[in-house]
Design a binder for this molecule. Structure first.
Ligand code: ZN
Length: 134
């Protein structure tokens, strides 16, 4: 796995985009799960991410719109972090709600790291590759 260098993302384009007229809205998409098959690469799920600081809300309107258009699941994922004894931050748990479809979940459910790992693996294992693939 390739690890991003934290705090080093260039935001010049974002800053430039903010100079456009107010009606030119845009958002950053936090995470788009995509099929690993190089000839497929279909979007499989979209997630809005935030560190869990005890909040009970996170806006998901736009990821829900995208997910419903693509007919894929959308999740709001709050992750709890902890520090290991050697000072390395790691994810210690999740609160997640699925927000695509007609009736988005209203409350978060606690997930272990393993449980969310398995859900994502299941999503990736069940891609309906288009036929023919590109
Ligand atoms: Zn695929």
């Amino acid at each position: 796995m390739i690890k991003e260098i934290y705090g080093k993302r260039d935001l010049t384009y974002n800053d430039w985009h903010r100079t456009l007229p107010r009606f030119c809205d845009a958002i950053d998409i936090d995470m788009l799960e995509v099929c690993n098959n190089p000839r497929c690469r279909l979007p499989l799920a979209i997630t809005e991410l935030a560190q869990d600081v005890g909040q009970n809300n996170k806006n998901y309107f736009i990821i829900k719109r995208i997910a419903d258009l693509l007919n894929i699941p959308a999740y709001v994922v709050l992750y709890k972090t902890s520090d290991s004894s050697d000072g390395v931050k790691y994810i210690s748990g999740f609160r997640i709600k699925r927000v695509d479809g007609k009736i988005p979940e209203q409350t978060f459910t606690n997930y272990t790291v393993l449980a969310w790992n398995l859900i994502l693996q299941d999503i990736h294992s069940n891609c309906k590759h288009p036929n023919p693939m590109y």
